[in-house]
Design a protein around this ligand. Structure first.
Ligand SMILES: [Fe+2]
Ligand SMILES: [Fe+2]
Length: 131
């Protein structure tokens, strides 16, 4: 099962940005496929750690461009990035405490977060770059 399918409501309406987001989702799905069903706590922790690293790298890139362009809504945008990273860290802590990863729930949470973030914060930022 694919963890996270691309949804039309992920689109920010700018082809290059959608392409980057598709790549990020592709990386997450590839890690999930590699995780498979033979799961130990350590493997799931490592899986979440790799997702965390990929998402952090995407955010760091956006934040760098925002700083370079002196983007006026950097603080709010960065706060929303931090919110997702906090949620992922909470999941990693829960995993370390023996929680079982629920794939459908995890995929749903990521989809919900991306839908909200891409279409608001990312769309606004990338529209400002295009001006
Ligand atoms: Fe983004
Ligand atoms: Fe963003």
């Amino acid at each position: 099962m694919t963890l996270l399918l691309w949804q039309d409501n992920f689109s920010v309406g700018i082809a290059e940005v959608d392409h980057e987001h598709r790549e990020l989702i592709g990386l997450i799905n590839a890690l999930h496929a590699a995780l498979g069903t033979e799961r130990s706590g350590e493997r799931v922790e490592a899986f979440l750690g790799e997702i965390y690293a990929d998402i952090s790298a995407h955010f760091a890139l956006e934040e760098r461009v925002m700083r370079e362009r002196r983007y006026d809504a950097l603080a709010e945008h960065k706060a929303d990035h931090e919110r997702l990273l906090d949620q992922l860290r909470d999941m990693m802590d829960a995993q370390a405490d023996g929680a079982v990863l629920d794939d459908a729930r995890f995929g749903g949470e990521l989809a919900e977060w991306f839908t909200g973030h891409f279409r608001t914060h990312d769309a606004r930022f990338h529209r400002s770059l295009a001006r």
